[in-house]
Design a protein. Structure first.
Lengths: 183, 769
């Protein structure tokens, strides 16, 4: 994150580095190992379970979080290098009164998930895209999703939710399965 | 929908979220030898690291004498940790238990293992040949709980089971045939790649074992662990929260025996969560090679089929002994063939164990026979749709197992898919270097039979309903589907119905969540449990209404005397006013069946899935790249319970089908997996999916059978794509995946052959002129 070496802290006696983060609008201070990933710190220390490890090499998108408005892979981001950063996870898209922000709300309405292991990643990828470009076209949405895998295969409903929340065209006809009944 | 909010807010309860006080973490040390005697495991340096609690080897576990070292669903052949021998690269040899995962990982790298290498064998045909290195010179013991699997093992040839189907007189059939096509088809090993890798937390106490696991088979896992530790079944508790996908890979015990053994050693709860690299070598899709010989008449009728399939089972049997049954009858395909002899062998090799995988052996079969059928059609000058129409099984036909089949809709499914893809219009169409063409395929698939599901439905005094089931929710949506079905049966709002996650202390027996069986089998059991609730409610309501129970009926969630709906009592109020606390209904669904392993005759499946597919592809002749443009599928569903869930399941099949067809292959070099990472092993992303697709689900509610939809849509996909690629390019590939390299090679060979033909033709002309 920072290229300024003077900003890099050396570990304390227990091998850890203190890190101050703004996580979903809340100031948090963690002590992390220098090689600990942000994903691990969020999951194991802050018990924020929305980001998940899927591949460990930044290919599947399941660990996506937003750092200062950029969607990044939590599994490739060192927690120690996030000092002073603003981190948003999928948990931050739900208000205390339970109100969902538009992206997860659209995913919910379209049932754009199966096992949901990947869902946070898709939601945050779209969230970051919309923050940068409130009126993206379909190509931009597809580009934002290009680093995300849904192995269960919910892509068409994910796209339907995304199109709706991004205001692209008319909402897709979600009844893509035709059923016929015959005696 | 049940828990839908949790699924978009990051709260789905996966095993990896689960923590137990005092929990330790584990990292496995895995074999770097494909087949070797383990001479020494040096653990001292690892054990001395900060944060390390224990370093455990197979020998350490054996020396304790308080647990069985071998497990496996059919054969007790798989060691918890390798004892004297390792049989594949990636096999667990030792385990480091530490205070945090990073400490366990660092220490695991310091464990050194001395191997004395043995001859290894990786290809299943080579392992099957006489004189091959043997993985198990002596037969492993059996677990009697899988007694319905008859073993025809041949340890001299690494065969863990063989299954044969015989119908009619195959020699006579071939003698009568006017054309015989004989070829070899191959499907590679592949990974199921659930995004959540295998995860388990085990807490072993001297007289009690609790396991939180990402398993598709909680009751089989309970049985395996009870057997291993010599505990009564009810002293082993298996809790299964939500799975982040399973697709077969999480069927049968894998990580649970390891974590349970380690927990017992260190006296503390242990979490084991596999890395993606480990996941790839934990359970694979069987590589399969089949020699398929089919005899036809000039009018297109198939009169004989002979097939010998070799399934590469990897180093341990797991469920391969059952898979060969699906793999043998599956080769008949959905056609009325009078003379058949198919045989499938599961052969052990020094590669990671192969297990269940979405489509359970039928993908590999369909790739072969649907590929070949198009070749036959071409040689006979028949249209691919027409040759299928001629041969498709029809109502009342006998399948190769001797079963008379009913409710068959193959022809209309095929006609509809062909129409939707635009079959019969100009095909192929070439613009510049890009060619478009279409292909079709048809598949029959069974579900696991015999099988047993049990369930309980509980009606509360406020009218809310709990469904207690051991069906595993792995994203397929079994919980919302069961909620909907039970709500409909009881006449209550689906929002009032809660469906449990699995806890073997609380939720009744279910055989397994595999084989697309849950909606039929567990749906049947919960339906019966709901009927039991209604029966009890009628009895209770009869007292309250001062009526004869025989006259009391329940409609729209109210109990009333038949014909007098106005005076009814809501069923929740019946519970409250009767002071029974709750009404607990039970339901069981047991299916009977089984096939003779020498003849394949009997009952193979309680009902048969019918599925078709039609694909339109685009092939870039310059690069060999294949793109699936459109896909039209069709499946006989019986009854669709949850339309959105049904769509999800079919689209999930499309992800697997496109992946199998174009991208997915586990590549091994001398037993070493070389692409065991999602940076190297490609699974379909959004851009790999067809621009449009639709699935037609044909219902027949009169017939009453609900068909599971987890798998049926999958097996036709790869052959439909392969057949389309052939029509586009003239390149007929017999092995998956259809990679750009293979397509380009095929195109080059065709060009070279054409050039040779031209040369020969020119020479011929010269001779004659």
């Amino acid at each position: 994150m920072s290229d300024d070496l003077s900003q890099v802290k050396l570990p304390d006696d227990d091998g850890r580095v203190p890190v101050r983060l703004d996580v979903n609008g809340r100031a948090r201070t963690l002590r992390v190992h220098p090689t600990q990933t942000l994903l691990d710190a969020l999951r194991e220390q802050l018990r924020l379970h929305g980001a998940r490890s899927g591949c460990g090499v930044g290919m599947c998108g399941a660990c996506t979080v937003i750092i200062d408005e950029q969607a990044v892979s939590g599994c490739l981001t060192m927690a120690a290098l996030c000092d002073g950063r603003q981190v948003r996870t999928v948990e931050g898209l739900e208000a205390r009164d339970g109100t969902l922000s538009p992206v997860p709300e659209a995913f919910l309405r379209h049932r754009a998930f199966q096992c949901s292991y990947c869902t946070s990643g898709f939601v945050l990828a779209l969230e970051a895209l919309l923050a940068a470009d409130p009126e993206p076209d379909e190509a931009a949405v597809r580009e934002a999703f290009s680093g995300h895998i849904c192995r269960c295969g919910s892509y068409s409903r994910i796209m339907a939710a995304a199109r709706e929340v991004a205001g692209i065209g008319t909402a897709l006809d979600v009844a893509a399965v035709e059923t016929r009944e015959r005696a | 929908m049940l828990d839908a909010r949790d699924r978009v807010t990051g709260r789905t309860p996966f095993v990896i979220n689960h923590e137990v006080p005092g929990m330790l973490h584990c990292r496995l040390v895995r074999s770097t030898a494909a087949h070797a005697a383990v001479r020494a495991v040096r653990t001292a340096e690892a054990a001395a690291q900060r944060g390390v609690v224990a370093v455990v080897t197979g020998a350490d576990l054996t020396a304790r004498g308080d647990m069985a070292m071998l497990f496996g669903p059919v054969l007790l052949d798989q060691p918890v940790l390798a004892v004297d021998v390792v049989r594949y690269i990636g096999e667990p040899v030792a385990a480091v238990v530490a205070e945090d995962p990073a400490a366990a990982e660092r220490a695991a790298a310091l464990v050194e293992v001395d191997y004395e290498h043995k001859a290894a064998v990786f290809d299943a045909d080579e392992a099957f040949a006489p004189g091959a290195p043997l993985l198990f010179p002596e037969a492993p013991e059996r677990d009697p709980s899988f007694a319905d699997v008859t073993l025809r093992a041949d340890h001299e040839r690494n065969v863990c089971n063989t299954f044969t189907v015989v119908r009619g007189d195959v020699e006579a059939g071939f003698a009568a045939a006017e054309l015989v096509v004989d070829d070899v088809y191959e499907s590679p090993a592949a990974g199921a790649v659930p995004l959540e890798t295998h995860a388990v937390v085990a807490d072993a106490r001297p007289d009690r074992l609790t396991v939180w696991s990402s398993t598709q088979t909680p009751y089989i896992t309970r049985r395996q662990l009870a057997l291993m530790f010599g505990l009564p079944l009810n002293r082993v508790r298996v809790i299964v929260p939500a799975l982040g996908g399973g697709f077969g890979a999480k069927a049968y015990a894998t990580v649970e025996p390891i974590a349970a053994a380690l927990s017992r050693v260190v006296g503390a709860p242990v979490r084991l969560h596999l890395t993606r690299e480990e996941e790839f070598v934990t359970m694979t899709k069987h590589a399969m090679r089949v020699r398929l010989r089919t005899g036809v008449m000039r009018d297109g009728r198939i009169v004989a089929r002979e097939a010998t399939a070799i399934y590469n089972a990897g180093a341990y049997a797991v469920i391969s002994p059952r898979k060969v049954m699906f793999g043998a009858y599956g080769l008949n395909g959905p056609y009325a063939i009078p003379n058949v002899r198919t045989e499938a062998h599961a052969v052990l090799t020094n590669t990671p164990p192969a297990g269940a995988y979405r489509g359970f052996a039928i993908n590999q079969c369909a790739w072969a026979y649907e590929n070949q059928l198009d070749e036959i059609a071409e040689r006979l000058g028949l249209d691919p749709v027409e040759i299928r129409r001629i041969n498709l099984l029809r109502d009342g036909d006998e399948f190769c197992t001797g079963e008379k089949l009913h409710h068959l809709r193959f022809t209309e499914l095929l006609d509809s898919a062909a129409e939707r893809i635009g079959w019969g219009t100009e095909d192929p169409v070439q613009v510049g270097d890009v060619v478009r063409a279409k292909g079709v395929s048809c598949v029959i698939e069974g579900t696991i039979t015999p099988s047993t599901s049990t369930a309980a439905v509980r009606l509360n005094p406020d009218g809310s309903v709990d469904v207690l089931t051991s069906s595993v929710e792995m994203g397929q949506g079994i919980r919302p589907a069961l909620a909907g079905a039970v709500a409909r049966r009881l006449g209550v709002d689906p929002e009032l119905v809660q469906v449990s996650y699995v806890d073997t202390d609380l939720t009744p027996y279910d055989q397994q969540t595999t084989a697309s069986r849950s909606m039929y089998s567990m749906g049947g059991a919960t339906g019966r449990a709901a009927d039991d609730v209604l029966g009890q409610v009628r009895e209770l309501a009869a007292d309250l209404l001062e009526a004869d129970p025989a006259d009391v009926v329940v409609t729209n969630g109210r109990a009333h005397v038949a014909g007098i709906e106005g005076d009814g009592i809501p069923i929740g109020d019946v519970v409250a006013r009767s002071r029974v606390g709750n009404v607990l209904g039970e339901g069981t669904l047991v299916t009977e069946g089984g096939l003779d392993p020498f003849t394949g005759q009997g009952i193979g499946s309680v009902h048969w899935h019918q599925s078709v597919g039609a694909a339109e592809v685009e092939v870039d002749l310059a690069t060999g790249r294949v793109t699936v443009l459109r896909y039209a599928g069709g499946v006989f569903a019986g009854e669709v319970i949850d339309p959105v869930g049904a769509q999800h399941q079919c689209e999930g099949c499309l992800v697997f089908g496109v992946g199998n067809a174009l991208l997915e292959e586990l590549v091994f070099d001398q037993g070493q997996l070389v692409n065991g990472s999602l940076a190297d092993y490609m699974v379909p992303a959004l851009e790999d999916m067809p621009a449009s697709h639709d699935f037609e689900l044909v219902e027949d509610r009169e017939q009453g059978d609900v068909h599971g939809l987890g798998e049926p849509a999958l097996p036709p996909i790869a052959p439909a794509i392969g057949n389309a690629v052939y029509r586009a390019t003239g390149v007929r590939l017999h092995s998956l995946p259809i990679s750009p390299e293979k397509v380009l090679r095929g195109l080059r060979e065709r060009r070279d052959a054409a050039r040779r033909d031209e040369t020969v033709a020119d020479e011929t002309v010269e001779v004659h002129s």
